[in-house]
Design a protein around this ligand. Structure first.
Ligand SMILES: *Cc1c(COP(=O)(O)O)cnc(C)c1O
Length: 406
């Protein structure tokens, strides 16, 4: 088996292992299938690889929406320099894990008054996404005597090219349009708010270093330009993230070296325009995506007009992304294997489906697998990010999968 994800996990006696234990053993520990298993050692290695090449000035933040399981967040907290949250619930998770409020920022459109109040009281940094948020925070400041910390999330005047998901450029619900920002900065200066800096996030899941480099160059140039209108020295520059992981056949792991070299070259520019700014790179899937496996069991084996279907107890209700229904335009297969028969004695082409009454419930469309039978374990790799958390767990009222950390 040659999956892009394969190098992270050992195989012994034809069985996949995670955290030094055979998958069959982990299934026994979980008590039932389906389950997600997240391997701390993979998270460690991902962060180590980044630290090895990135300039020391770059602070790494974990965007916890990728995987907000408290144990994962606690582990990541020990590895990175801060956490980024996107809701009051995530903020509770971050603070509950023991994060220092000085290293937590909260981005996301449509923050409610309650969320803004909670965030201000927690003394974290709010990445404001609209002029309304600024005014609400100013009213909170007047009422409480606290000075909320704010950074302006900027909707840039460029986008991250060939990204899995574009989060900036053109009309967007995210951030404040770059051309409006100078005026917004003047307004912030007149209010009882502590101005911290800028958050510029242009996209996600990118595997092309040239595109990431170009976006980072434009991000720094834009921030340097906006900094001229800042009401106070910039103490925080969040340059976004966007580093992707390989999911589909033919995709290669991202080459970090050119990205790191570009960042090294950009540091003097940042220092010149924004001396004293903490530079943050915020990553979700790059840090945790490869650490996770989704494991379900074959319940039935059917042959329909010559095509083999492995019907499992897992599916899109647990792992929407692997079914291809979370932002894919053309459906492609996540890497899939039979976890207790990685090679097997016989191979076949089979489709892996779930128990839901919809043809969308597909985890693998005609993939080459070891010949599997009822009771065998199907593994979906690259499942540590946007798996459990991004799935419609209530759909068809099956039990939610278990999550374990090894
Ligand atoms: C979702 C999100 C991230 C994380 O994206 P990944 O693709 O998981 O790295 C980072 N920053 C912001 C603002 C986000 O919305």
């Amino acid at each position: 088996m040659k999956h892009a994800a394969q190098p992270w996990f050992e195989i012994a006696d034809d069985c996949l292992r995670a955290g030094g234990r055979a998958l069959t053993d982990l299934a026994a520990t979980a008590g039932r299938t389906p389950f997600y298993v997240y391997d701390r050692a993979v998270m460690d290695r991902k962060v180590e690889a980044l630290r090895r090449v990135l300039p020391a000035e770059i602070h790494l933040h974990y965007a916890i929406k990728a995987n907000p399981m408290p144990e994962v967040v606690r582990h990541m907290l020990g590895l990175v320099d801060g956490l980024d949250v996107a809701s009051a619930g995530e903020l509770r998770t971050a603070l509950g894990a023991g994060a220092d409020p000085a290293d937590v920022s909260f981005a996301g459109p449509g923050k409610t008054e309650e969320e803004l109040e909670y965030a201000a009281a927690s003394d974290i940094t709010l990445n404001v996404e609209s002029e309304r948020e600024i005014e609400v925070l100013a009213a909170i400041a007047q009422r409480t005597g606290r000075k909320p910390k704010v950074a302006v999330r900027v909707n840039p005047d460029f986008e991250l090219k060939t990204s899995g998901m574009k989060m900036g450029g053109g009309p967007k619900q995210f951030g404040i349009d770059a051309e409006r920002v100078p005026e917004v900065l003047r307004r912030i200066g007149a209010l009882p708010l502590e101005f911290r800096g800028f958050h510029i996030f242009s996209g996600s899941q990118n595997l092309r270093p040239e595109a990431i480099i170009e976006a980072q160059q434009k991000t720094v140039a834009l921030a340097a330009r906006l900094a001229q209108d800042a009401p106070a020295p910039v103490t925080l520059l969040n340059i976004g993230g966007g580093l992707g992981i390989p999911y589909f056949p033919g995709e290669q792991p991202l080459d970090l070296e050119p990205i790191a070299a570009n960042l090294r070259a950009l540091i003097p520019d940042i220092r010149r325009a924004m001396p004293g700014a903490e530079i943050v790179l915020e990553l979700g899937r790059y840090l945790v995506g490869e650490s996770g496996l989704y494991v379900c069991r074959v319940i039935d084996r059917k042959i329909s007009r010559g095509q083999v279907f492995l019907v499992t107890d897992g599916g899109l209700h647990h792992h929407l992304a692997a079914s291809g229904n979370f932002g894919q335009v053309l459906r492609k297969n996540y890497p899939v294997a039979i976890g207790n028969r990685m090679q097997g004695s016989e191979r076949e082409i089979a489709s892996v489906v779930g128990p839901l009454c919809t043809p969308l419930d597909l985890l693998g469309d005609r993939v080459e697998l070891a010949r599997a039978d009822i009771g065998d374990l199907v593994v979906v790799f690259q499942s540590g990010a946007y798996g459990f958390t991004a799935s419609p767990l209530g759909f068809l009222s099956h039990p939610a999968p278990i999550e374990i950390v090894v």
